[in-house]
Design a protein around this ligand. Structure first.
Ligand SMILES: [Zn+2]
Length: 274
């Protein structure tokens, strides 16, 4: 399941392909969207905006295409009209003079025609702030952690809740809690204000680093050193995620793996106090 940083990287790739040139053709597989094809042809795409696991493609005529990949959807960027051999069903395509952005298999595609419609959308309106949204401030996130809705929930479950923070998944959950040095079983109510502010900062910085540096959530110098010493990507990428029984990079205590809500979480029992 892709998480915020991977979704943002995919969105960047689509943006680079379709923003520079006006569309020459837009295709929708679903009948109820067909009449928008002409309306979106000859337009420019002004931005590709991930919201959690959904994507908004904004056009300069004021329309936005909402899509949610669920488990099956897949974006591909190709040379213009160079469709790949695949058994997947093409559901939405944007072509310009140079490139095509193709969405396969997704079944949840809608047209939203105003900012109000975006903000009131049943899925989008319930999402928490996107973890990579430029305007997200640590203080805002700290206040959210301290809110009545979140104060008494365990960090392990809160950090998979897209209504709290969109774009966090399994690996980011483990990595953020390690960097913040907080045990997954803690609740915000158990933490000091300073710890919560630290957690809020790490919740923004860890995903951003992952986005910028090929998914690496480990300390970058340490990761480089490990790589120079011959470690593979899997071994130097993360502090704790996927490192069951391996020594913690800070204290050498074996990393523990547990299942929470049937998803695996990793932590250091020494560095992350209960
Ligand atoms: Zn440790």
């Amino acid at each position: 399941m892709p998480e915020g940083p991977e979704i943002r990287i995919a969105a960047d790739k689509i943006e680079r392909a379709i923003c520079p040139y006006p569309t020459t053709e837009v295709f929708f597989a679903f009948e109820y969207l067909k009449h928008f094809e002409a309306e979106l042809t000859g337009c420019r795409v002004t931005g590709v905006e991930p919201r959690g696991k959904a994507m908004l493609i904004h056009f300069d005529n004021g329309l936005s295409v909402y899509s949610h990949n669920q488990l099956y959807g897949k974006w591909m960027v190709r040379k213009a009209h160079d469709l790949p051999e695949t058994n997947r069903q093409l559901r939405f395509a944007i072509h310009n003079a140079k490139k095509s952005a193709l969405l396969y298999s997704a079944s949840d595609i809608q047209i939203l025609s105003s900012q109000a419609e975006i903000e009131n959308h049943p899925f989008l309106s319930k999402l928490g702030p996107d973890v990579l949204s430029a305007g997200l401030k640590p203080e805002t996130l700290q206040a959210s952690l301290k809110s009545k809705k979140h104060y008494r929930r365990r960090l392990s479950t809160l950090y998979l809740d897209q209504h709290f923070l969109a774009g966090i998944g399994n690996y980011l959950r483990s990595e953020i809690l390690f960097v913040a040095r907080l045990h997954p079983q803690l609740r915000p109510v158990d933490c000091t204000d300073a710890k919560l502010l630290g957690l809020a900062k790490d919740s923004i910085e860890v995903p951003y680093q992952s986005y910028k540096y090929k998914g690496i959530t480990n300390d970058l110098d340490l990761a480089n050193q490990l790589k120079a010493d011959g470690a593979g990507y899997r071994d130097y990428r993360h502090w704790v995620f996927g490192r069951t029984d391996k020594p913690c990079y800070s204290c050498a205590t074996p990393i523990v793996k547990e299942m929470v809500s049937s998803r695996r979480i990793y932590y250091c029992p020494h560095c992350q106090h209960a």
